[in-house]
Design a protein around this ligand. Structure first.
Ligand code: 5GP
Ligand code: MN
Length: 336
């Protein structure tokens, strides 16, 4: 284990550092990783961000995104960097299964592992942990790590601020989830003071869709949405054929589940999609309804109370049928 003084001492001299984050990285995964990257290179470290898989086009404007190494596209190079790393920062995940094959590589290295994360039930693979399930985003914890743990508020330059703002904005649902506390708004204000252009970041992330994606969304809402009034639940299911027909790219499905949740009275929304190897589920809920419990108990997954995911080895139709039988067990909670 490391304590903060030892970590600070290590970071006083240039180190070989790898930053990694969960597969299918979202705005927080990339925001926290690139924000920390921008901070650490400013301090003279040799840093690489390695993502297990590629990430959505709507994040391809972020500072330093061209420097990111995608594991599936450059395994040898990434393995070499991981083997040579002195420190490995693990951001926005806390179970090695969330980084696919990269997890096995990281497990065997002697590098110090630093976990910065806000998910429940962390696995024990780290040497230093900055972990808080009440944080709205891993990017909020990276901010806290730099400002309060490393005591380096001046380290938040424009690039760091831009990346961290992106992570906080996306993971807090544009500052509207209960996790967006007054403290989060204060951090956002500090990030704006440090140069984050909030209006531009919002535009680049949310007003940057494609015609294909918009038509795919229309198809999902018109043809694939099922509202179960008796359960205050809405389900959108998508076949592999739909994905092909609408030329759906990485990240195009992100956020579609929120349209199902936006129906008045709906407490639970599910987006169920037939991927090449398995059926993937994204669940969203309101209030106290535990979407993560359903994912954990029935779909090999987990997540946060209001945003969780998992997968099923059944086919698409059977997965939806299975989900409906599970809803029956939660009927009281869904209706109150
Ligand atoms: P999404 O629905 O956007 O894929 O995931 C929402 C949240 O659910 C993620 O932030 C993550 O915490 C969690 N999650 C999604 N898929 C999985 C999974 O397969 N396993 C676990 N443990 N958590 C997941
Ligand atoms: Mn996150």
């Amino acid at each position: 284990m490391l304590d903060i003084q030892q970590l600070k001492t290590l970071l006083n001299t240039p180190q070989n550092i790898v930053i990694t984050t969960h597969h299918k990285p979202d705005g927080d995964a990339m925001g926290s990783s690139l924000g920390l990257y921008a901070y650490l290179i400013q301090k003279g470290h040799h840093v690489k961000v390695i993502t297990p898989t590629d990430y959505p086009d709507f994040l391809h404007w972020m500072p330093y995104h061209n420097e990111v190494i995608i594991y599936t596209e450059a395994k040898e190079k990434a393995d070499d960097l991981v083997q040579k790393a002195d420190l490995i920062f693990c951001l926005d995940f806390n179970a090695l299964s969330r980084i696919n094959e990269l997890g096995e590589v990281i497990k065997t290295t002697s590098a110090y592992k630093i976990m910065i994360d806000h998910h429940l039930e962390p696995e024990d693979f780290d040497d230093y942990r900055h972990w808080n399930i009440h944080a709205c985003a891993a990017a909020q914890l990276v901010y806290d790590f730099i400002v309060n743990e490393l005591e380096d508020p001046k380290g938040i330059d424009k690039d760091v601020a831009t990346c961290l703002y992106t992570g906080i904005m996306t993971d807090s649902g544009s500052f509207r989830f209960p996790t967006a506390t007054a403290e989060v708004y204060r951090i956002a204000a500090n990030l704006i003071d440090s140069g984050a252009e909030h209006w531009r970041i919002h535009q680049l992330v949310y007003d940057n869709t494609t015609e294909d994606r918009l038509k795919f969304l229309g198809h999902c809402l018109t043809n694939n949405l099922e509202v179960l009034k008796d359960f205050n639940t809405a389900i959108i299911s998508v076949t592999a054929e739909d994905l092909k027909k609408y030329n759906v790219m990485t990240g195009d499905t992100e956020g579609i589940v929120n349209y199902a949740l936006s129906i008045g009275g709906v407490k639970l929304a599910a987006f169920v999609v037939e991927r090449s190897d398995k059926v993937k589920l994204s669940l969203r809920s309101t209030g106290d309804f535990p979407a993560n419990e359903i994912c954990k108990l029935y779909f090999n997954g987990g997540g946060h109370k209001n945003a969780a995911g998992g997968f099923s080895d059944l086919n698409l139709q059977d997965t939806v049928t299975y989900l409906k039988t599970i809803l029956d067990k939660y009927k009281t909670q869904l209706l109150t």
